[in-house]
Each structure stands twice: as C-alpha cells, then as structure tokens.
Design a protein around this ligand. Structure first.
Ligand code: NAD
Ligand code: MLT
Length: 312
C-alpha cells in the first residue's frame, strides 16, 4: 500500500530524502497554493506536511476526506485548527526540539543587536552617515532579562543571557521558586517580571491566555526605557500598544521576529527607528530546517507503519 503526502510549504531536502527512500510513501511538493486550490487537491492525500505559512483551517480539514495525519515541520501549531483535526480523527505531529537552539541563538542575536542599535547604525553607514553619537547603546551586563515562558527556548535563552552576565527573572506557570533557584535565576509573577526587567523576552505559545499578554496595561507596569523582544509568536504582544509605548518613550526599543499578520510589510511599527525586525527567521538555519524536516517526516512514516509517533 502507498500513502500519499502533500507538502504544502517548503521543507529541507533532508526531510524529502527520508520520504523519497521509503517505498510505501509517495509525496508531492506544491507550495504557495491558494486556500481554494489546496482545498481541491487535499482530498487525494493521506498526509499533509506544512511549516507556518499554510493555514490548516477547519474548512480545509472538512475537505480532506482521506487525511489521517498533519505534520508540522517546526514547533508552533497555531496555524492548524487542532479542534477540527481532532473531530475528524486526524493526528497532528510537530517537531518541538529541532529548532530550539536556532530560535534561542536568534533571540540572543536580537537582544544584542537591539541593545547596541547595530541594524540602525549599519543602515546609516550604508547610507554614508558616520554618526557615533546617535548609536550609543546600553550594556547587557547586570541588566535584568525578564523571560516570560521558560520552556525549551526560554530556558536556552536564559542560560545564554547568563553568559552575558545578565540577571534573569522568569515567569512560567510550571516554574517554581525551588526550580528557579537551582537554575540560578529569580522566580517572579508576570507582574514582577514586567516591573523589574530591563529587557523582556517572550517565549510562550500563542494561546487564548497569551494573546496580547503584553498589552497597554502590561506596558504601564514596566520600567521606563525597557526593551522588548518577541521571537516566539505574533499576537503575544499587542502591536498597537507596543507602538504607543514606543512613541510615548516608555519603551526604548523592540526586536521583533514574529507578527500578528505575516508577511509584515507595511505596519507603522516598521517606521519607528527603535524597532528592529526580522521576517520570522528564528528557526531559519540549515541545521534547524534539516532537523525539523527529518523529525516530522520520520514521524509520519512511523505513523503509516503502524508505530507510535514520537513528536521528537
Ligand atoms: P515550549 O512549549 O517548550 O515552551 C513554552 C512555555 O511557555 C512552556 O514552558 C509553558 O509552560 C509556557 N507558558 C504557557 N502559557 C504561559 C503563560 N500564560 N505565561 C507564561 N508562560 C506560559 O515551547 P518552545 O519550543 O520553547 O517555543 C516557544 C515559542 O517559540 C512558541 O510560540 C513557538 O512557536 C515559538 N518559536 C518561534 C520560532 C521562530 O521562528 N521565531 C522558532 C521556534 C519556536
Ligand atoms: C516554529 O514554530 O517552529 C517557528 O515559527 C519556525 C518556523 O516554522 O519556521
């Protein structure tokens, strides 16, 4: 028996190789399909592989009469309607570990670029401006990094930031004071973190509870001059409130990799010199892309062989 997989977002060649060398699998790569075209094609497939671009909506799932498994080459499954998948008996697997290191490294790169205004200074220099006064930064040493969401990536970021001699204060519903002590960090409530941190980085999933977790009231609680980093998910930070907080000088800078709507091209946040941004690159390294593609492909094969999926 042959199982048909539709790959709707680009995944790395290593993941395709795993599928290609499995005799029971036939796959087709068809990226950038409109929702209508994807809806027409999906009916022929047993599995669907996506990254974050394809929206696997209830409507799409209702058209997928033969679909048994959806694989997400990456962590966040917020582009997949999990309730609809469950109602249709479709399994959803992701690759939760494959890009942890890359996302943590990207977050550190953003914190360092933000604190030293590197993108702004680079852009000015490219435009023939040699301005050493305008781009004076702040040190990270002895500053408090507030980490909201101390899961896989938040933990890696905290450990790297300690290497920069930062003090770490974190909030996570699963963090206890005892565990924080063992990690050499301070435990606090969300409010504590908001009030005390010089830099705040969010690493939660986007859930009902975390949507606009950083909103106008949260900005009110923060120290003047605080800097904000979001390399997790668009929507955790209320972008309108962030804009106002920067314009009012409460927030000195923000580094954003993810946005409420992607692609993020014409938003007024991008007009502010205090904002640095990357186009959702947290997991975009050769290593992470190989890893998530192989992990999710192997899990789909495992599923069709009748083995337990691992969500490695
Ligand atoms: P994880 O599941 O390991 O950690 C998430 C943590 O958030 C958990 O410890 C959880 O307890 C905590 N959490 C949940 N609700 C919370 C709340 N209300 N307040 C505080 N903490 C809360 O996930 P991860 O692998 O560390 O990924 C974190 C985020 O990064 C996800 O949103 C993921 O999609 C995103 N991500 C982005 C990129 C990128 O390209 N920018 C790459 C990888 C992952
Ligand atoms: C993820 O959730 O894994 C990230 O957003 C990275 C990605 O999908 O490229």
């Amino acid at each position: 028996m042959t199982f048909k997989i539709l790959i709707a977002d680009p995944i790395s060649e290593e993941g395709l190789h795993v599928l290609r060398t499995t005799p029971t699998i036939h796959f087709e790569v068809a990226t950038d399909l409109t929702p209508d075209v994807l809806g027409e094609q999906i009916v022929d497939f047993d599995a669907l592989l996506v990254r974050s671009q394809t929206q696997v909506t209830r409507e799409l799932i209702s058209k997928a009469a033969n679909l048994k498994i959806i694989g997400r080459a990456g962590v966040g499954v917020d582009n997949i309607d999990l309730d609809a998948a469950t109602e249709h008996g479709i399994i959803v697997v992701n690759a939760p570990n494959g890009n942890t290191n890359s996302a943590a490294e990207h977050t550190m790169a953003m914190i360092m670029a933000l604190s030293r205004k590197i993108p702004q200074a680079y852009y000015a220099l490219k435009n023939h401006q040699w301005d050493r006064k305008k781009y004076v930064g702040v040190e990270l040493k002895n500053k408090t990094l507030g980490v909201i969401g101390l899961g896989r990536i938040g933990t890696e970021v905290a450990s790297r930031a300690k290497g920069q001699r930062m003090n770490i204060m974190a909030y996570d519903p699963f963090l206890t004071e005892e565990k924080a002590d063992k990690m050499g960090i301070r435990y606090g409530s969300v409010q504590d973190v908001l009030k005390e941190a010089d830099f705040i980085t969010v690493h939660t999933p986007l859930l009902k509870e975390t949507k606009h977790l950083i909103n106008a009231e949260a900005f009110e609680l923060m120290k003047p001059g605080v800097q904000i980093i979001n390399c997790a998910r668009g929507g955790i930070i209320d972008e309108e409130a962030l804009y106002e907080a920067i314009v009012s000088k409460k927030v000195a800078g923000a580094a954003m990799d993810v946005f409420e709507e992607e692609p993020f091209l014409d938003h007024k946040l991008l007009t502010l010199p205090e904002v640095i941004a990357t186009p959702h690159l947290g997991g975009s390294t050769i290593e992470a892309q190989e890893s998530v593609a192989v992990d999710v492909s192997e899990d789909v094969i495992r599923f069709f062989s009748g083995d337990l999926v691992r969500n490695p």
